[in-house]
Design a protein around this ligand. Sequence first.
Ligand code: 8YV
Length: 333
Amino acid sequence: MNPPRKRPNVVVTRRLPPAVETRMRELFDTRLNHDDKPMGPTELAEAVREADVLVPTVTDEVDASILAQAGPNLRLIANFGNGVDNIDVQAALARGITVTNTPGVLTEDTADMTMALILAVARRLAEGARIVPEDEWAGWSPTWMLGRRITGKRLGIVGMGRIGQALARRARAFGLSIHYHNRRRLSSRTEEELEATYWDSLDQMLARMDIVSVNCPHTPATYHLLSARRLKLLRPDAVVVNTARGEIIDETALARMIEAGELGGAGLDVFEHEPSVNPRLVKLARSGRVVLLPHMGSATEEGRVDMGEKVIVNIKTFMDGHRPPDRVLPSML
Ligand code: 8YV
């Protein structure tokens, strides 16, 4: 008889929904982070030394120096999240560590939030929502709190993966015309279905859009993709929305241009140095031309449970000796 297989030692770096934590404890020898404090380099190094499987989130910087301290048992990093820019995937793969993520289950929620930010900036939702509770409403006026119409405007989507396409579907329903730039052009069938126009040149697309939404992953190739030079190509009343990663936009250049009236505004859910936010953007948010959210694009109860389920399936499949469904491959980086 084979000896019973040892349950894997799984270290989870943040609190997850109770149903997910309970199931993980049933299946694995799971170490939870009860006080939910983000782990610093010392705690992360300790976690990778002891774990067979690490379950990090966007708040964990699993870089090459952390991975260099991994113990011989660390075989899988099952990221609780879609983006894997918090992990040095190349360094992990070089050490024979498999990396997985949670694609698909946060697509609709993130696309909803992107659409909400487009509306919030164009129709001044955040400003308006402050006025009644702060007792500042003197009554209706025909010339007060005027935003900009959405219908008939051009939306340029930078990164037409799952989330970009889900956004395109929503935006069509709001009467926007859809334009996109992507590493790979979509099939003509999908383009027709989304009524989307492909731009091979990002620069040319940017110069013609009323609203630009960033929906690509953060990789070395997309770092500051919306650079100061590219932001200058935008129309002076254009709005920029980002629910992907802060690093994709040069935030300082963005803030400078909005301050100078060279851009219409921005709606941002993600920032380069989370949780700190560029003070110039914060100041602009007080004046109303910028709407800032604390990285809550995928924050729904259902989404978090689905993400947890994906993490569990990835770990279980891997531990059973099979290829986990959501492996991150070098070609995706
Ligand atoms: C998640 C995200 O909340 O999955 C992603 O890439 O940006 C977020 O929506 C976060 O990553 C969880 O780790």
